[in-house]
Design a protein around this ligand. Structure first.
Ligand SMILES: Cc1ncc(C[n+]2csc(CCOP(=O)(O)OP(=O)(O)O)c2C)c(N)n1
Length: 564
């Protein structure tokens, strides 16, 4: 008795606990699709392979277990690339599966035949083509193991159509998942870190995307609240410490200009990085003179930068390290100044409030975000796309739980938010899910509205409309006083959403906006809310910050919007 290789692959996916595969069909993936059809695993046909890869990506980020996407050979595989690369650079566990032509035609030029394994090499942690039926169980286990182990990322395996149809003995068993303990911190390194902390007066934690994985947030919260250490998070580290906590100084801020939070970073005498990922934020941004004393805590050793030369590196499980440090510090006399960072927190909080919208005001992204925060449950999730709105979400949107806001900041690819919302709504149907994007990012993957509708996914899509690739024109105006190549035009987004059978809204006043958001967020329906936004607030922010730092303005405020 025998089964097909494709059936064995699906059996292995079941063993890995996979419950959904996002993808697009193709002839060379036929065996896999029919085998999936015999399994409890849900195959979600998407409208673009990029959408499928982004869904798997956000699935991985929210669950810590690899999200899975599937495509055919050639064009299907090339379409997957951006979503896979995004997962890899953003440290999201993802397994990609691609079909391939029969092995008998791979040696010569043939229809849709590309060397996908070579193509995916630089965007994955590991990838391979399954070479024979008897290695299937090893390949699938290895793909999941590598994708999920620290630091997580993307893996890929390719299945030729002739191989998929080959037979293996029916009793072939998938290899079991094995729970692996991550190594704990080295005691000498912890000892050196304790000495550094005893020396410090104003330590400050920089929490990166590793600080929201594997329970690190819980241990971080205990350590910093007990010893009154302020925490600044990177965009992807948001929620590692709840912004409700007095010690939270929110995120690293605008990034391309010194923000209020820089005052605390400047004043700190020890920067403790926790799960800090340089793909997100270069150390040149916060340590330009390479003078900071740094304690590095991460699953892996630090990347080499002239501005990142830690005094001590503790390499090992982050939670374990934080727990151990907390224990070791219990009996030490520390000389931390208490509350030294509070004026910075106060300024950040006041700044966020200053964007509150009043009746008659034109909509701005930070103003709308304040209303979203008012309406969204504390444990709801806001998934950001990439653009000027992302900067505002990172800087202004209080986040209370790890993954309470999801931002792509490694590859930082536009188009992730809407597919990401579908993944979030599927995994956590009771959680309030809001996605926020610009008009540019929305139309990059808006075809997935059909997927959302078909799946009866329920979440809110906010489209900030400025008829412009806003972040680019924001930056161009700062450097050259004008923007080129950024102005775009849009369809009627409300009518567009409605053409998919999805409720569309275009509020005109602040009270109407509040009413719409109260109705749609967590309202049990899929909805698209188009919000025309005034972008003057972007340049004004930079002017305000320059004034704060006593720098000359050097910005011309004329011709702000990108409208045609
Ligand atoms: C796939 C991709 N293409 C291009 C870019 C470069 N880029 C970064 S932000 C941005 C503009 C985004 O415009 P929009 O989606 O309208 O959002 P806004 O900036 O207006 O908030 C562009 C083109 C990118 N990050 N990703």
């Amino acid at each position: 008795m025998s089964i097909k290789v494709s059936e064995l692959i699906v059996r292995c996916l079941e063993e890995e606990g996979v419950c959904a595969v996002f993808g697009l069909p193709g002839e060379e993936a036929e065996e896999l699709l029919f085998s999936l059809d015999q399994s409890p695993i849900l195959f979600v046909p998407c409208r673009h392979e990029q959408g499928a890869a982004f869904m798997a990506n956000v699935w991985g980020r929210l669950t810590g277990r690899a999200g899975v996407c599937l495509s055919t050979l050639g064009p299907g595989a090339t379409n997957l690339i951006t979503g896979i690369a995004d997962a890899n650079l953003d440290k999201a566990p993802l397994v990609a599966i691609t079909g391939q032509a029969s092995r008998s035609r791979l040696h010569h030029e043939s229809h849709q035949n590309l060397d996908v394994v070579s193509m995916f090499k630089p965007i994955t942690k590991w990838n391979t083509a399954i070479s024979a039926p008897d290695v299937v169980t090893e390949v699938v286990r290895k793909a999941f193991k590598i994708a999920e182990e620290e630091k997580p990322g993307a893996t890929h395996f390719e299945v030729s159509e002739d191989l998929a149809a080959q037979k293996v003995p029916k009793n072939t068993r998938p290899l079991p998942r094995v729970r692996i303990r991550r190594p704990g911190p080295d005691y000498k390194a912890v000892g050196a870190a304790v000495e550094l902390l005893k020396w410090a007066r104003r330590p400050l934690v920089l929490a990166g995307n590793g600080a929201i994985r594997k329970l690190a947030s819980r241990h971080l919260t205990r350590l910093v609240t007990r010893h009154d250490i302020p925490v600044v998070s990177t965009f992807m580290g948001k929620g590692a410490l709840s912004d409700n906590r007095e010690q939270s100084l929110f995120s690293t801020g605008v990034g391309f200009a010194r923000d209020y939070v820089s005052e605390a970073v400047d004043a700190a005498d020890l920067i403790v990085t926790v799960g800090y990922d340089v793909a997100e934020l270069s150390p040149e941004k916060w340590n330009p003179k390479a003078q900071k004393t740094i304690l590095h805590i991460d699953f892996t050793s630090g990347e080499v930068y002239a501005q990142y030369t830690p005094e001590v590196e503790i390499v090992g499980d982050i939670s374990g390290t934080l727990w151990e440090l907390d224990r070791r510090l219990e009996n030490e006399s520390l000389a931390f100044e208490r509350g030294w960072y509070l004026p910075v927190r106060k300024r950040i909080l006041e700044d966020i409030r200053s964007y509150d919208l009043e009746e008659g005001d034109r909509f701005t992204v930070p103003g709308v975000l304040n209303i979203v925060r008012e309406v969204l449950d504390e444990d709801g999730v806001l998934i950001s796309d990439v653009g000027s709105h992302k900067i505002w979400i990172a800087r202004n949107f209080p986040t209370y739980t790890p993954n309470g806001s999801i931002i792509s900041n490694g590859l930082a690819s536009m188009g992730i938010a809407l597919p990401g919302g579908i993944a979030a709504a599927l995994i956590q149907p009771r959680r309030q899910v809001v996605t926020a994007m610009g008009d540019g990012g929305f139309l990059m993957n808006s075809q997935e509205l059909e997927t959302a509708r078909r799946l009866s996914a329920k979440f809110t899509v906010l489209v900030f409309n400025d008829d412009d690739y806003g972040l680019i024109s924001w930056k161009q105006r700062l450097s050259r006083d004008r923007a080129v190549g950024t102005a775009i035009r849009n369809p009627d987004f409300k009518a567009y959403a409605e053409s998919f059978g999805i409720r569309g809204y275009r509020p005109k006043t602040v009270s109407e906006l509040r009413e719409v958001l109260r109705k749609v967020i967590g309202g049990g329906e899929m909805s698209v809310v188009e919000i025309p936004v005034d972008t003057e607030v972007n340049t004004e922010l930079i002017l305000k910050l320059k004034k704060h730092w006593g720098e000359p303005p050097e910005i011309d405020l004329s011709g702000q919007t990108g409208r045609l």
